[in-house]
Design a protein around this ligand. Structure first.
Ligand code: SF4
Length: 373
């Protein structure tokens, strides 16, 4: 029996939000081009599937998609902005064992400014509460931290904690997927300070899952300072993304779209074992983008479990004696920046931000030239 994989299915590039850190809404897919149920049936067995977009609940046939994926995946989590409350509730009535992550970018005003969705916070929050009332267990917030919302980070965590919900974090990335090349954290120490506070709160909790989340957030500080990933990236080996056109890719973090094959035209085995897939794996092995998103970090944390586990043990021991068991200055680069040994400009150069780059949009028609087609 072949090994189960970790897959992310991007069911659409259409989106009703207007987030300031993602231009995907400017480059939507056409509904008639989007991945069909027939193609979804060709996907392999998975131990975990993330369904994402765009906004996945824009798809009229989202229920049919989940029904098919449910047959081949042990666990499904859908990432959504939570705006289409009725559709989400309706889906969860049929599939109460799936997970729902609602992106909320801060407290009410901050969220609505960042997302460009009128009343977005209340819609998302109402959806989350309704899901909880229905008895859905696997629900939570997802927040992409940037300069503008970093001060809300711990408040939002407290809110999720009060509701007994998961709290997933990310930071700004640049890639074809976000149709963006200019995202960058401007005030690194301020953002890192907020992450440090969150790490300490997570470490103080009684939940082992949260202790490992603390490690993930420690990795985010490392990432925003433009450093090498704390763990190797093995995307495309036992993990894949598939886009609305059936193109299978290693991840969503590359500058241009890297295609291993197309599932509309090939069988899974042909695609996965092809020369093209091997070529992409070689690209991944040399990839220097050092992104730190849960999609690529979670499999790495499982695979190299002793690295985060040792970090957790050390900090839990410290937590027995200290009010603040974690300091961002554990990272050499954070100390060096504080001590003036490295400049902001040098750190900016280590990031993937490129103000001169034309962002590739990964769309079908224009070959990803970055035009607005
Ligand atoms: S570091 Fe990994 S996840 Fe990030 S772009 Fe490179 S291959 Fe993709």
């Amino acid at each position: 029996m072949s090994k189960k994989l970790n897959g992310t299915v991007i069911v659409t590039y259409r989106c009703n939000a207007r987030c300031n850190m993602c231009n995907r809404f400017k480059a939507p897919s056409r509904p008639e081009d989007e991945i069909s149920i027939e193609t979804i049936k060709k996907l392999p067995e998975m131990y975990f599937t993330n369904i994402t977009g765009g906004e996945p609940f824009i798809r009229e046939d989202i229920k049919d998609i989940v029904r098919e994926l449910r047959k081949k995946s042990d666990r499904i989590v859908i990432s959504t902005n939570g705006f289409f409350t009725d559709k989400i509730i309706d889906l969860c009535k049929e599939f109460p064992d799936i997970g729902i992550r609602i992106s909320i970018e801060g407290l009410e005003q901050t969220n609505n400014e960042i997302r460009g969705l009128p009343d977005g916070f209340n819609r998302g929050y109402t959806t989350l509460k309704k899901l909880r009332e229905m008895g859905m267990k696997d629900v939570g917030f997802g927040m992409t931290v940037q300069d503008r919302n970093a001060p809300d980070l711990c408040e939002l965590y407290k809110l999720s904690d009060e509701l007994d919900m998961e709290f997933a974090t990310a930071s700004l990335h640049n890639s074809f997927y976000f149709v963006e090349a200019k995202n960058i954290i401007k005030d690194r120490p301020m953002v890192a300070q907020n992450f440090e506070n969150l790490v300490n709160m997570l470490l103080k909790s009684n939940s082992p899952k949260k202790w490992f989340r603390a490690y993930f957030n420690h990795g985010l500080i490392n990432y925003i300072y433009g450093q090498k990933r704390l763990l190797p990236c093995d995307m495309s080996f036992d993990t894949f993304f598939i886009d609305p056109y059936g193109d299978v890719m290693p991840c969503n973090g590359t500058k241009d779209k890297e295609v291993m094959g197309n599932l509309n035209d090939q069988t899974w085995d042909e695609l996965w074992n092809s020369e093209q897939a091997e070529r992409v794996r070689k690209v991944v092995r040399c990839c220097d983008r050092d992104c730190w998103m849960i999609g690529s970090v979670s499999p790495a944390m499982h695979k190299y479990i002793w690295v985060p586990a040792w970090w957790v043990i050390r900090h839990k021991i410290k937590a027995l004696f200290m009010k603040k068991p974690y300091s961002m200055y554990e990272l050499k680069v954070v100390r060096d920046y504080r001590d003036g040994k490295v400049s902001k400009e040098e750190l900016d150069k280590c990031s993937t931000c490129d103000f001169n780059a034309v962002a590739n949009n990964g769309l079908k028609d224009c070959g990803g030239c970055g035009c607005d087609k």
